[in-house]
Design a protein around this ligand. Structure first.
Ligand SMILES: [Zn+2]
Length: 319
């Protein structure tokens, strides 16, 4: 029997948006006096969001994401303000600006306006800023889309420092939503399935993924999505890890799944293509050394880590 050596892929890279340094101190959110003090704190810092964009102070190729509350207010009218929590004793907030205000800021040389995916992929800010930026973007985006009560249609107002919206008419309380997405690597022996969406860069292949539906367990969602998109029945499903994915408000739930069949029947409405890859080929894609230039997702994405663990550990990931 040939036992594959564990390939050396170097030290594990950091997963984007995860491992937040923020203490959310949720019990303080309803305390208006505490919030006022946090706002006036000498080390208070604000992340500034507008739609898909993040406003940074330009520092060459890098960017500084923290503004003082006064600096942030000077950028334009603040549509939403949310309290993210504390880093050590320093309060952190997210401010949401109108899209028009963001457009006018794009002409300023002292600012860098870019999207959160680019910030993560290109390392434009220190990695410790990615989790609070993700928290701010998801929460500010939720406010932008939930001005009105989904129960009766009346306007809602912000409570709990940005963590609830209450209906002024029927009294319903609305909480920020997080949408679960299962993302999985389907495995048979030394091979695994990756697929391509039409939205991907031409060389990129990634794990299959889809939203978990009401009334499903994570394992059931994995099996259903794989059967729908690739026609493969799955048996064992093992949880790998998760990642906040604020586009706009998901959590990616990473899994490995055991294929019970290997014949692919691709749903072309969902996927441009899908195929089996050997562990060796996947290792080359992770290292960006594939002879045809095929690539796996970058280390900021959980798909990279799901694939990497299979390349390193093979079928043991299903144990
Ligand atoms: Zn209502």
């Amino acid at each position: 029997m040939i036992v594959s050596a564990r390939p050396d892929l170097g030290p594990p890279p950091r997963l984007g948006y995860a491992a937040s340094p923020i203490d959310r101190v949720a019990a303080r959110r309803g305390d208006a006096a505490a919030m006022q003090k946090f706002c006036e704190h000498e080390h208070a810092g604000v992340y500034v969001i507008g739609g898909e964009f993040v406003v940074l102070k330009a520092l060459g190729k890098q960017g500084e994401p923290l503004f003082t509350p006064a600096e942030a207010r000077a950028l334009g009218p603040v549509r939403d303000s949310v309290f993210l929590g504390l880093i050590e004793d320093a309060p952190r907030f997210g401010f949401g600006l109108e899209a028009q205000a963001i457009e006018s800021l794009k002409t300023r040389d002292d600012l860098k306006i870019t999207d959160l995916r680019s910030i993560a992929v290109h390392g434009i800010v220190g990695p410790q800023h990615l989790p609070p930026l993700a928290e701010a973007k998801a929460l500010v985006g939720w406010h932008a889309r939930h001005r009105f009560c989904s129960n009766c249609g009346a306007p809602t107002k912000v409570e709990q420092a940005g963590w609830r919206r209450d209906c002024s008419s029927c009294g319903a309380e609305h909480f920020p939503r997080t949408d679960p997405v299962v993302i999985m690597l389907v495995i048979a022996g030394e091979r695994a399935v990756l697929g391509r969406s039409r939205r991907f860069a031409p060389t990129m292949w990634s794990c299959l993924a889809g939203f978990a539906e009401p009334g499903e367990t994570i394992e059931e969602a994995v099996r259903r999505e794989v059967l729908e998109e690739a026609g493969i029945a799955c048996g064992r499903v093992k949880y790998f890890g998760s990642q906040p994915w604020p586009f706009p408000s998901s959590i990616m739930i990473g899994c490995h799944a055991e294929a019970l069949s290997e014949n692919l029947v691709i749903d072309r409405a969902e996927l441009e293509d899908a195929r089996w890859f050997s562990r060796e080929e996947l290792a080359l894609m992770l290292k960006r050394q594939h002879p045809q230039g095929l690539t796996a997702p970058p280390p900021v994405a959980i798909a990279h880590h799901i694939v990497r663990s299979f390349v390193e550990d093979g079928g043991d990931v299903l144990r």
